[in-house]
Design a protein around this ligand. Structure first.
Ligand code: ZN
Length: 188
């Protein structure tokens, strides 16, 4: 028998942000909210980007090549929208240099675009320190937890210390979500 209700179920609490890639003709301008980027070797496997999970990686075993991506917590002050920018190793160089110069990426105002209409053309990156007085930059998300939500994978032990507990799938899922919430309250 169906269980009808006039109350809404609780909102999905999993941390989630849109993943944005640089597309031709669509420049992106935003401000970095996190102090650092999160890098990860990935595979393009079975039609989607998936993290490389060495030392036990099915995609590696299948002969799929790895590719480094950097994920940058971003906020667009014009739309008040937060998102994760996904860039390749080459485009991440400029952010790495900025971090080395200023000690942190937070507050870095960036503009990225493709050099031509070719979707694989070089990504041009321009970076400037934002005027922090002008922008109330939001707190950063937990980028790793967001990526785990996007990739449908378990968060690493560091942010899900109780992941290996016994119990039903639902109980374990709750444990993971609690661990992510805990990690979020501790900051990214
Ligand atoms: Zn792999």
């Amino acid at each position: 028998m169906p269980n009808f209700t006039d109350a809404l179920p609780p909102k999905d609490q999993r941390p989630s942000l849109a993943l944005v890639r640089v597309k031709p003709g669509k420049p992106i301008q935003a401000i970095v909210t996190a102090t650092n980027f999160v890098g990860c070797e990935t595979h393009y496997w079975h039609g989607r980007t998936a993290p490389c999970e060495q030392p036990n990686c099915e995609a590696c075993d299948d002969g799929s090549p790895t590719r480094f991506h950097a994920y940058i917590a971003s906020w667009n002050p014009a739309t008040n929208r937060s998102f994760l920018l996904e860039i390749t190793r080459a485009a991440a160089d400029a952010f790495d240099g900025y971090r080395n110069t200023y000690g942190s990426l937070r507050g870095c105002r960036y503009s990225v675009h493709r050099a031509s209409s070719n979707p694989n053309s070089r990504v041009i990156v321009e970076l400037h320190p934002a005027d922090e007085q002008r922008f109330a930059i939001p707190q950063p998300p937990n980028v790793i937890a967001c990526l785990c939500t996007i990739w449908h994978c378990s968060p690493p032990e560091a942010i899900a210390p109780r992941l290996n507990g016994n119990g039903s799938t639902n109980a374990r899922r709750r444990e993971v979500l609690d661990a992510i919430k805990l990690a979020n309250t501790k900051g990214a």
